[in-house]
Write a protein that binds this ligand. Structure first.
Ligand code: SAM
Length: 300
């Protein structure tokens, strides 16, 4: 999966209960390193969430790239596990000559595709582990993208310095306040600039995080915004992920000064058999797995 979204919390356990981690999957190594022992349902503020996610993505970076690197490519712009590509969707419009910031870039494959398409990208991520992979891919491809280590909540970019922004599942599911990120993007983007980002489709929150038949029965309220939190033995967060309803996303965007132009829900393509965590052909044929918000910074 693109990230862990509720993998343990919503495997059928009641909300609010701590639960022992027993699932064997590729996240075991990072969980072991971070001392994750269970999940909790409790509020998590910005500072704790950002610290937990920095530690998580550093610990998981090598495994993430080992599992998904080939699918994502070195210089390719894949929006989601359904495999929708910017080369086909053109959600950012004509990027030639544009200064584009990729938020939560991981290995920065999207930024490299943008550079090859004539844009002038910079790629930003919280995790030094992820950026190490981005640096290696820069060297491998000869496409030398400027890399910035920072949180999307505080962009180290000048006001009005960017012509477009994008994110493929980067940062937004993991920050306590998307409004903070949107306010920062509003600051750094020129009026009228596109801001396009993909996240897990909010309706997936109600289902157990399972690519098989168990992932077809609703078990959790759509309206419950309590984040999914994994904790260590002392109760400290080791991974945090937030749920926002569709309305939450729209309100956060519009109140920050963005105009919503489209909401793309990529359909599962015929013949696409690759499972990514909870994204599978079985579920993809029944309901959406990804929401891509196509927005533009208002002119004023
Ligand atoms: C699911 S990965 C997606 C990476 C890449 N965009 C891709 O498509 O593979 C999420 C990324 O968001 C980054 N991230 C998490 N919290 C962040 C934050 N507050 N600011 C910037 N990046 C963040 C992680 O380090 C990680 O690289």
């Amino acid at each position: 999966m693109r990230h862990k979204q509720g993998r343990l919390a919503r495997a059928g356990n009641p909300l609010g209960e701590n639960r022992t981690v027993t699932a064997q999957d590729r996240h075991d190594s990072a969980e072991h390193r971070l001392g994750t022992v269970g999940v909790a349902a409790r509020p998590v503020g910005a500072r704790e969430a950002t610290a937990a996610n920095l530690a998580w993505w550093d610990a998981d970076a090598d495994d993430y790239q080992a599992e998904h690197g080939a699918f994502l490519g070195d210089a390719d712009f894949v929006w989601c596990p359904e495999g929708l590509r910017e080369a086909d969707a053109a959600l950012l419009g004509d990027v030639r000559g544009r200064r584009v910031v990729e938020i939560g870039c991981g290995q920065a494959a999207c930024a490299r595709w943008l550079a090859a398409s004539g844009a002038h990208p910079v790629a930003l991520d919280l995790s030094g582990g992820m950026l190490r992979h981005a640096k290696q891919a820069n060297a491998r491809t000869g496409i030398d993208i400027p890399l910035l280590q920072a949180s999307a909540e505080e962009l180290p970019l000048a006001t009005g310095s960017m012509d477009a922004a994008c994110s493929a599942f980067g940062a937004l599911p993991f920050v306590a306040s998307p409004r903070t990120v949107f306010a920062e993007l509003h600051r750094v983007l020129r009026p009228g600039s596109p801001w396009v980002f993909s996240v897990t489709h909010p309706m997936r929150w109600i289902f157990p995080d399972d690519p098989g038949p168990n992932g077809l029965t609703a078990t959790q309220p759509y309206f419950d915004r309590t984040p999914y939190v994994e904790v260590d033995a002392e109760g400290r967060a080791t991974y945090v992920e937030y749920h926002r309803t569709l309305g939450d996303w729209v309100r956060a965007l519009t109140s920050a000064g963005f105009v919503l132009e489209d909401l793309v829900e990529p359909e599962w393509p015929e013949g696409h058999s690759r499972v990514w965590g909870q994204w599978s052909p079985l579920r993809g044929k029944l309901f959406p797995g990804t929401a891509i918000f196509v927005t533009r910074r208002a002119d004023r």
